[in-house]
Ligand binder design. Structure first.
Ligand code: 3PG
Ligand code: CO
Length: 554
């Protein structure tokens, strides 16, 4: 029968303290002026690279290696941390939704049947991120869902859009809204009363995560549910175009707006008897709005009105909280993660990041599961992030604080795995501010140094890697790699992640002599890291995990 007990590794000892560092958004790319990691002073990461090929290598962090539909899908933190923690490659939300839409199974599921009950007398509201970024949602999935729902009886549809500019180029929101408006017009021709009802930028409206700032969710609630917002427009295209004209405006941070009719009345507040679908498949930035829409008891902000609705998520976003309780597509069943194995095999774990990435090294790491496996053996520490700012003004973020917490945890010798996420290169990279991103990369490198020094002191082992690329390429390029220029001859800043591989380095005084990266796993990816780390803890990895990256030569 099944046992949590892992076999002893034939050659590697138990009891070493492992510092496991995930640099968020730190890929490997050609060195040029748009590679902020190259431009920044990063002596620690540079010295690790000198250990190649035995102690440093690259691993794949995008596309099918992390369970995304195609090789054109850039990596992201959800799938990256899922793979790192679970040691296997799961078909991820994006792919599962594609399959369910293509087969039509999405319409036979419990979730769709549940919301369909409201189609006769209520409105169907669709809330989510409007882009083709493929990280949280995809516009083509929304288009299919609009068509499918209207063919199955939805007569009145309201879309509440969140503009992107973070997983796609800034300014692309206008085109996506035009595409959507076009589809809605076609539905209207068929007699469906379909309209955009509200909107706002994803970083300012609705899509907060890890309870960093509930005001973000409240601004969305006011527009989507109450039909109230500081800006009112007759059309969504006009709204996005006008709001983008404000100084320093960008897609990520557009203020909330509602669409009003000729009498100035909001066209789509959410009311009793309506159905609501949040159409993002990715969990982290949907959990908070899901709580607001679903929980009877709720004290995070004053909802003013709590309509009796039928609510379903595109996916279930939190498997432990079973949130939301209704969903259109079942999430990947990520089970038996490395974290769960470790507690069953006597390995105590410490995990830490700051708020904006805290759930990455806990929730995502553990297969989209909140909480501890065993509170006696695990400690998760969250350093509060600065809220209400864009991180280019504070590019060092909490890197130093995270590193100091990790250092203290290592020196306490209470834990055998001390795991952190250093957010800088990703969070600042997403702002598109190249100079600030250089500062961010330097800060992350300094944090790595602090943790490696502590590992040195306790005779431990370090594993340094990343979840996907971002800061190593800040410009949109053509197929041959040349920076693309816009109409005015300016380069187009890339705020998104990339398709680049990421580094992984191992070392430290506790690393047994003879341990080195194998050369027979050339296509190794993030999912190979879990078995590697389990080996370094002195165990054989579960047999269905992706293979280890290391070997021990005598
Ligand atoms: C975000 O949610 O901030 C971006 O869409 C993706 O960033 P992450 O995958 O690094 O969290
Ligand atoms: Co990111």
């Amino acid at each position: 029968g099944f046992s949590w007990k892992l076999p002893d590794h034939p050659k590697l000892p138990k009891g070493k303290i492992i510092g496991l560092i995930v640099l968020d958004g730190w890929g490997e790319a050609n060195p040029d002026q748009y590679n902020c990691i190259h431009v920044a002073e990063t002596p620690t990461m540079d010295s690790l690279k000198k250990g190649a090929p035995e102690k440093w290598r690259l691993v794949r962090a995008h596309g099918t290696a992390v369970g995304l539909p195609t090789e054109d899908d850039m990596g992201n933190s959800e799938v990256g941390h899922n793979a790192l923690g679970a040691g296997r490659i799961y078909a991820q939300g994006a792919k599962l939704v594609d399959l369910a839409l293509a087969s039509g199974k999405i319409y036979d599921g419990e979730g769709f049947k549940y919301i369909k009950e409201s189609f006769e007398s209520g409105t169907l509201h669709l809330i989510g991120l409007l882009s083709d970024g493929g990280v949280h949602s995809r516009i083509d999935q929304l288009q299919l869902l609009l068509k499918g729902a209207s063919e199955r009886g939805a007569k009145r549809i309201r879309v509440h859009i969140l503009t992107d500019g973070r997983d796609v180029l800034d300014g692309s929101s206008v085109g996506f809204v035009e595409t959507l408006e076009n589809d809605l017009a076609k539905l209207r021709e068929k007699g469906v009363d379909a309209q955009v009802a509200s909107g706002g930028g994803r970083m300012y409206v609705t899509m907060d995560r890890y309870e960093n700032d509930w005001d973000v969710v409240k601004r969305g609630w006011d527009a989507q549910v109450l039909g109230e917002a500081p800006h009112k427009f007759k059309s969504a295209v006009e709204a996005v175009k006008k709001l983008r004209e404000e100084p320093n405006a960008n897609d990520q941070y557009l203020p909330p707006f509602v669409i009003v009719d000729d009498n100035g009345k909001a066209v789509g507040p959410i009311v009793d008897g309506d159905a609501v679908v949040t159409f993002n498949f990715r969990a982290d930035r949907m959990v908070m709005i899901a709580k607001a829409l679903e929980y009877e008891d709720f004290d995070k902000f004053d909802r003013v009105r709590f309509p009796k609705i039928r609510y379903a998520g595109m996916l279930q976003y939190d498997g432990e909280l079973k949130l939301p309780s209704h969903y259109l597509v079942s999430p990947p069943e990520i089970e038996r993660t490395s974290g769960e194995y470790l507690v069953h095999n006597g390995v105590c774990t410490f995990a830490c990041s700051e708020t904006v990435k805290f759930g990455h090294v806990t929730f995502f790491w553990n297969g989209n599961r909140s909480g501890y496996f065993n509170p006696e053996m695990e400690e998760y520490v969250e350093i509060p992030s600065d809220s209400g700012i864009t991180f280019n003004v504070q590019p060092k973020m909490k890197a130093l604080e995270i590193a100091e917490k990790a250092r203290d945890a290592i020196l306490s010798r209470k834990f055998h795995q001390v795991r952190v996420n250093l957010p800088n290169s990703d969070m600042v990279g997403h702002t598109g501010d190249v100079d600030a991103t250089v500062v961010a990369c330097k800060a992350a490198d300094e944090a790595v140094k602090i943790i490696l020094d502590a590992i040195e002191q306790v005779g431990g082992i370090y594993v340094v890697t990343a979840d996907h690329g971002n800061a190593e390429d800040m410009v949109k390029r053509n197929k041959s790699g040349k920076p693309l220029l816009d109409k005015n001859g300016n380069i187009q800043i890339l705020t998104s992640h990339t398709l680049q591989p990421v580094p992984i380095a191992i070392g430290g005084p506790g690393l047994a002599p003879g341990v080195r990266f194998r050369n027979d796993v050339p296509n190794g990816g993030l999912a190979n890291v879990a078995a590697t780390v389990i080996n370094l803890h002195g165990f054989e990895a579960p047999s269905d995990y992706e293979t280890t990256l290391i070997e021990v030569v005598d």
